[in-house]
Design a protein around this ligand. Structure first.
Ligand code: FES
Ligand code: FES
Length: 157
């Protein structure tokens, strides 16, 4: 089947099988390899992307369900000049990753939060991102990075 949707701001159409997951379509068909798959069971959040601005686990979300919708992956966060999104920059500045496998999903989950709550408390950050697991960094730098990006975005709105 052929589906059309908006991907990182561009209209695309892709030939898929109905059984394909969104992660499979993104990484294998469209070669957007920033989306990382780990548990494949909607537990770890590493495969998080945004559909209609909301975080979904792309490892279990079926690709055809994005027909007519808007999808954002980590590749879509840079601006047109190629500058990193403030969340991406903050994760670098705050050393909020080690292996980096969870990082695209973390950043997209954080983006969904900041789109709703511009200056979240640490408790709100932890509560909203508790579906995203990190096996190596520890969560304190991640929370700090989200807070720092929120401050930056607030100051440059
Ligand atoms: S790989 Fe999708 S939630 Fe873990
Ligand atoms: S940075 Fe390695 S799993 Fe999070």
């Amino acid at each position: 089947m052929k589906i059309a949707f908006r991907l990182n701001g561009e209209e695309v159409s892709v030939e898929i099988e109905p059984r394909h997951t969104l992660a499979e379509m993104l990484t294998r068909k469209l070669r957007l390899t920033g989306t990382k798959v780990s548990c494949e069971a909607e537990v770890c959040g590493s495969c998080t992307v945004l559909v209609g601005g909301l975080p979904v686990s792309s490892c279990t979300y079926l690709a055809y369900e994005v027909r007519g919708k808007s999808v954002t992956t980590i590749e879509g966060l840079e601006d047109r000049a190629g500058r990193l999104h403030p969340l991406q920059q903050a994760f670098i500045d705050e050393f909020a990753f080690q292996c980096g496998y969870c990082t695209p999903g973390m950043i997209l989950a954080a983006k969904a939060l900041l789109d709703e709550v511009s200056q979240p408390t640490d408790e709100q950050i932890a509560a909203n991102m508790d579906g995203n697991l990190c096996r190596c960094t520890g969560y304190l730098p991640i929370v700090k990075a989200v807070r720092s990006a929120a401050r930056y975005m607030g100051a440059h709105a």
